[in-house]
Design a protein around this ligand. Structure first.
Ligand code: HEM
Length: 509
C-alpha cells in the first residue's frame, strides 16, 4: 500500500478516535499563538491532510504573515509550532537538550525507539565518533575517499567511448555515495558488496516509511502495533551477517594484541570500538550504530548531489568555470583534501544548491521536554510536549537574507569571498568563513544550525566537493530534455528530488 493510501486509512481511523479528544487538542493558553489554516475540529483535520501535498505553501504563508514571530498549524494529533526570523531561530538553535530536545523531535518523525532501537538515543557516543574522530581523519583518509569516487563513477556509470547515457540521478548517486561513505565506514572489500550496500540504503527507506506509519497511529496504540510495522530486527540481522565477523575479528585482535594492534584499520568500526564501553563493545550494538550512520549519511548526501546535478544541467554555463577551477587547483596543489579548500567556486555552487533545494519546508524539528515549558525571547511560552520547527525554506528564499533570494546564483558565495578578500586583511577570516559550504547560521540551515548542527557535514562537504570536481573534470553532463528540470516530490514536510529524473552523462572527449 503506498504512503498516501495508508495515510488516508489512518486519517479516517484517527478522526473517529480523536473526535472525543478534541478538547485536549484545544489548549486555551495557546490561543495567543496565531493559527495558519483552520483551527476548527473538522477543518483542521482537512488542513492536516492538505499539508501532506502542500506543506511549502502553508509554511510560506505563515512566514509571510509572521516573519519574526511564531505560528502554528494542525497536524493529525497535535499542533506544530513554526518559528520564523533570526532571533527566535537562535532561541531554538541554542536551547539546551533538556529543555528543547532534538532527540524527542526526531522520535516523532521516525519513531526511532521502535524503528531503530532505544539504545541509540540513550547513549550517543557515535556522535563523538563523527564530530571528532571522523572529521579529524578526513585528511589522512582522503586518498581512499578519492580512490572510491573514481572507481564508483567508473563502475556505476559504465560509460563506453563517446556514448551519451541517460541515467536516473538519485539512484545512481545513492549507489556512488553508499560506496564512498562505506569506504570510510567499513573499508574494502565490504564497501563494494552490493548486498551490504543495498541493506544500508533500504534500512533508511524502511525506517522512514515505518516511522511515518507508526507516527500516524494514536500514541497509545504505538507500543502495541509498532513491532508489527517496523522491520528493524530483519535489517539488523542482515547487517550483522556482513559486519558481525569483522567486528568480532577486531575485538579478538584487541584482546590478543592490545588496543593499538599493528595493522588496525583506520575506519568507523575502529573509531566506534575505541569509544564504546561495556555491553556496547559487541557486534550487534556496533552494527546498529553503523546502520544508523549510513542512514544519516547516504540519503542526505546523494540528495544534495542530485539537486546539484539538476542545477548544473539546467544551467550549463557553470560547468566550464568549475572544470577550469578544479583542473587548475589540482595542478597547483595536487589532488588532496587541502586542495578542496581552494575550490571556492565548487564550494559556492554546492552551497547555493543546498540553499535553494531544502529537504523540507520546515526543519530542525524539536520537542519541548521541560515540564514548565520553553520561553522564547519574545515572551511566548510553549508548553511541555509541544513540537516545533523552523521555517527553513522561506528563510532561504527571503530577500532580506539574500539578494534576489529566489534566483540561483551559483557563484554568489565565492564572489563574496573574493570581494571580501580584496578589501580586507587576508588574515581576518571571520566573515569569509561564513560563506563556506560547512558554515551554518540562522539564515543558512541545510545542515541545521546551533547545538545539533550536522556533525557529518565536514565529511559530506569533502565528499560532495570531491565528487563534483571528479565529475566536471572527467565527464560531460546535460539535461535529458534541454532546460527541463525534473519536478520535486512533496510529501508531508519532506521535499525530495524526483527519483525518476534523469540526466545524460558522457566521458569527457
Ligand atoms: C549533504 C549531506 C547532509 C545533510 C544535508 C545533513 C543534514 C543534517 C541535518 C539538517 C541535521 C539535523 C540538524 C538539526 O536539526 O539541528 C543533521 C543531523 C545529523 N547528521 Fe547530517 N547531513 C548530511 C550528511 C551527514 C553525514 C555524511 C553524516 C555522518 C557521517 C551525518 C550525520 C548526522 C548525525 C549523526 C546527526 C544528528 C546530530 C545530533 O544528534 O545532534 N550527516 N544532518
Amino acid at each position: 500500500m503506498d504512503d498516501l493510501k495508508f495515510l488516508v486509512l489512518y486519517g479516517v481511523l484517527a478522526g473517529v478516535l480523536f473526535a472525543s479528544l478534541h478538547k485536549a487538542f484545544h489548549d486555551p493558553k495557546l490561543d495567543q499563538i496565531p493559527v495558519v489554516g483552520s483551527s476548527g475540529f473538522l477543518a483542521s483535520y482537512w488542513d492536516a491532510f492538505k499539508f501532506i501535498r502542500h506543506s511549502p505553501d502553508l509554511i510560506q504563508r505563515g512566514y509571510e504573515l509572521y516573519p519574526d514571530g511564531i505560528f502554528r498549524f494542525a497536524r493529525l494529533f497535535r499542533w506544530e509550532y513554526v518559528v520564523c526570523g533570526p532571533k527566535l531561530t537562535k532561541d531554538i538553535a541554542s536551547a539546551p537538550e533538556h529543555i528543547v530536545s532534538f532527540t524527542a523531535g526526531v522520535e516523532e518523525t521516525i519513531q526511532a525507539k521502535f524503528t531503530m532501537g532505544r539504545d541509540l538515543s540513550e547513549n550517543q557516543y557515535h556522535l563523538h565518533a563523527i564530530r571528532s574522530t571522523l572529521t579529524r581523519n578526513l585528511h589522512v583518509c582522503f586518498p581512499d575517499i578519492k580512490d572510491e569516487i573514481v572507481c564508483a563513477f567508473d563502475d556505476i556509470l559504465q560509460l563506453q567511448g563517446s556514448e551519451w547515457k541517460a541515467l536516473p540521478v538519485l539512484p545512481t548517486m545513492m549507489a556512488i555515495v553508499a560506496r564512498v561513505s562505506n569506504r570510510l565506514f567499513v573499508g574494502l572489500p565490504l564497501c563494494r558488496s552490493e548486498a551490504y550496500l543495498a541493506n544500508n540504503v533500504n534500512y533508511a527507506i524502511d525506517v522512514m516509511r515505518s516511522g511515518g506509519r507508526i507516527s500516524l497511529l494514536p500514541p497509545f496504540l504505538r507500543p502495541l502495533l509498532a513491532p508489527l510495522i517496523s522491520t528493524r530486527n530483519q535489517s539488523n540481522a542482515r547487517a550483522l551477517q556482513f559486519l558481525g565477523p569483522l567486528i568480532e575479528e577486531r575485538l579478538s585482535k584487541e584482546r590478543e594484541l592490545g588496543p593499538d594492534w599493528p595493522g588496525k584499520p583506520n575506519d568507523l568500526i575502529s573509531w566506534l570500538l575505541d569509544l564504546a564501553e561495556n555491553e556496547q563493545r559487541a557486534a550487534l550494538p556496533i552494527t546498529v550504530r553503523i546502520l544508523s550512520l549510513n542512514m544519516a549519511a547516504i540519503h542526505t548526501t546523494s540528495t544534495a548531489f542530485t539537486y546539484a546535478l539538476f542545477d548544473l544541467t539546467t544551467r550549463p554555463e557553470y560547468l566550464l568555470p568549475m572544470r577550469e577551477e578544479a583542473e587548475r587547483v589540482i595542478k597547483e596543489e595536487g589532488w588532496t583534501k587541502a586542495a578542496l579548500n581552494s575550490m571556492i567556486k565548487i564550494d559556492s555552487f554546492l552551497r547555493e544548491s543546498q540553499r535553494l533545494n531544502t529537504n523540507g519546508s520546515a526543519g530542525m524539528i524539536r520537542r519541548v521536554v521541560a515540564k514548565d515549558g520553553f520561553r522564547l525571547s519574545d515572551g511566548t511560552v510553549l508548553p511541555y510536549g509541544a513540537y516545533l520547527s523552523v521555517a527553513l525554506r522561506p528563510t532561504h528564499y527571503d530577500d532580506s537574507n539574500y539578494e534576489n533570494a529566489a534566483t540561483f546564483d551559483g557563484f554568489r558565495f565565492s564572489r563574496e569571498r573574493a570581494e571580501h578578500l580584496a578589501h580586507h586583511d587576508p588574515n581576518d577570516n571571520q566573515d569569509i568563513f561564513k560563506r563556506h559550504m560547512v558554515s551554518t547560521g540562522v539564515d543558512h540551515m541545510p545542515f541545521g544550525t546551533g547545538k545539533h548542527a550536522c556533525p557529518g557535514r565536514f565529511f559530506a562537504a569533502t565528499e560532495l566537493k570531491a565528487m563534483m570536481a571528479h565529475l566536471v573534470i572527467n565527464y560531460d553532463v546535460e539535461a535529458e530534455v534541454e532546460g527541463v528540470r525534473p519536478a520535486d516530490k512533496v510529501f508531508d514536510e519532506r521535499i525530495s528530488p524526483n527519483a525518476d529524473g534523469k540526466v545524460r552523462f558522457r566521458k569527457r572527449q
